[in-house]
Design a binder for this molecule. Structure first.
Ligand code: SF4
Length: 81
């Protein structure tokens, strides 16, 4: 089972409880589900958390993206900063 590992975070993630790690394959599914919170780094070929969720709708969409990510690259460690 894949475990969260903060040492594998992609560099662009903004601080906060959600983050994407280097296992991301750049499929963009998360950005399609939650475009306010996940952005593409086209040069590097991965997505990153560009805004932590601040509304219940954004939170719901981030959780949905986390569940649907095909490689389990999205994490929520519950730590706000
Ligand atoms: S859904 Fe997962 S693999 Fe696809 S872009 Fe988002 S973090 Fe990367």
């Amino acid at each position: 089972m894949i475990q969260p590992d903060k040492t594998l975070k992609v560099a662009n993630n903004v601080p906060g409880k959600y983050y994407i790690d280097i296992r991301c394959i750049g499929c963009s599914v998360c950005a399609e589900i939650a475009p306010t919170n996940f952005c593409s780094d086209l040069e590097e070929g991965y997505e990153y958390v560009c805004k932590q969720p601040t509304t219940s709708m954004e939170e719901t969409l981030c959780m949905e993206a986390m569940e649907i990510c095909p490689v389990n690259a999205i994490w929520n460690d519950g730590i706000p900063e």
